[in-house]
Design a protein around this ligand. Structure first.
Ligand code: GTP
Length: 377
């Protein structure tokens, strides 16, 4: 779960804390409705009267509730109705307890939260509260001796009910705000995951577009741009760059005589071998077909011939019986750098010249054009 959801873990906070209500705020609210300590005393004075009328009162309230189809639907069964009646009886007595501090407010908030949770719409809750008020006023009218007393009690009750209603209203709003916050956090999480997936996929696609699917080497599509980057960097640092062009000799007979899959295997093996003979910073490409090339930053042709080409030849001789690769090298050095196109052209021409020579040598020595075999095979 997301960090933000964790940090707003509600189970560690009371409803009062969650809603930022403290004693000061509660007093402010009471003042707003003109509810004074004298009102608390007045209501407390009616406690026994209400207690005596409680059963009758609840009966009337029950009648009202069961007459509203939406409320009946929400209550649903007799057990819930019984629990509801007992909660209502508690609430009615609390109204006349004379104590309307933190604990009272917390109970009212809980009432609001439970109603919101079970899906009681505000219009149903407040219509029930209006009915309860009418029933309580009726009792007062019947039980209180003077008009003056009736007036005092109903005014105090009116203020307290208003105070309670605002608290319940606030729990509805608080709950809706929390739902929106949770939905926001979830959608942000989802957006982040989506973003990561898109980034990952983009990286994969970029990688795929850069590499040759058979050999895993870089493909020729990016040769030009990579060469230009390497050449620019070399010029800045005053370094040489070498380019090696390679073409497998007599590759066609491998396909023709051993099959295309065997040809693919040779291409993959050669690619792996070339890569293993290079440094991390060298870039190995499959140029196409049976042609490969290597771009070597900070390296001249003499050094590349002595080290890299030799290493490739030795490795080739170890792995294959009679597999040869013609290679051509070209380099460019400070101060007069040549273009990437010229570098490729020169290396290609050198490779063809070498291939021509080795073909002539083979013809002279009468060596056969038998396809090569893997030594380890
Ligand atoms: N198996 C396989 N063969 C390929 C692939 N791409 C190109 N080829 C084959 O590689 C062969 C290259 O043939 P050539 O260009 O005549 O090269 P060669 O037989 O090595 O001749 P020389 O270079 O003159 O020694 C062709 O038969 C292509 O069909 C590939 O991806 N897999």
């Amino acid at each position: 779960m997301d960090q933000q959801l964790k940090t707003t873990n509600k189970t560690t906070l009371t409803l009062l804390e969650q809603m930022g209500l403290n004693e000061y705020e509660i007093e402010q609210r009471k003042q707003l409705f003109g509810f004074e300590s004298s009102d608390a005393v007045i209501l407390r004075g009616c406690h026994d009267l209400i207690d005596a009328e409680l059963e009758d009162l609840l009966f009337k309230f029950h009648d009202f509730q069961t007459g509203v189809p939406e409320i009946v639907q929400l209550i649903g069964d007799s057990d819930t109705m019984a629990r509801l009646s007992s909660a209502q009886s508690r609430y009615i007595l609390q109204l006349f307890s004379g104590d309307y501090g933190i604990s009272y407010v917390n109970d009212i908030l809980r009432i609001g939260m439970v109603h919101k949770r079970i899906g009681v719409e505000p219009k149903l809750y407040f219509s029930a509260m209006l009915e309860l008020k009418n029933i309580l006023f009726e009792v007062m009218r019947k039980e209180l001796q003077s008009e003056e007393e009736y007036d005092r009690v109903t005014k105090a009750l009116e203020k307290l009910l208003m105070f309670d209603n605002t608290l319940v209203f606030d729990t509805y709003i608080h709950s809706l705000v929390s739902e929106v916050q949770i939905a926001r956090v979830r959608s942000e999480e989802y957006a982040r995951e989506l973003e990561l997936k898109v980034m990952e996929r983009t990286k994969q696609l970029e990688e795929q577009s850069r590499t040759d699917p058979l050999t895993g080497l870089l493909n020729v599509r990016h040769l030009q741009s990579i060469m230009n980057q390497v050449l620019k960097a070399a010029q800045r640092r005053n370094e040489a760059v070498c380019f090696i062009y390679m073409d497998i000799d007599n590759f066609k007979p491998i396909n023709d005589e051993l099959g295309h899959l065997a040809g693919d295997k040779v291409l993959k093996g050669v690619a792996r071998l070339i890569k293993s003979c290079c440094r991390e910073e060298d870039r190995c490409f499959r140029y196409g077909g049976d042609e490969f090339c290597i771009l070597l930053p900070n390296c001249d042709a003499e050094h590349a011939e002595k080290v890299v080409c030799e290493r490739i030849r030795v490795a080739l001789g170890k792995e294959w019986e009679s597999l040869e690769i013609s290679m051509g090298l070209a380099d460019t050095q400070p101060p007069d750098y040549i273009s990437s196109d010229d570098l490729i052209r020169k290396a290609d021409a050198a490779m063809y010249a070498n291939k021509k020579q080795s073909k002539a040598a083979r013809a002279e020595s009468g060596s056969s054009d038998e396809p090569p075999t893997e030594k380890s095979a």
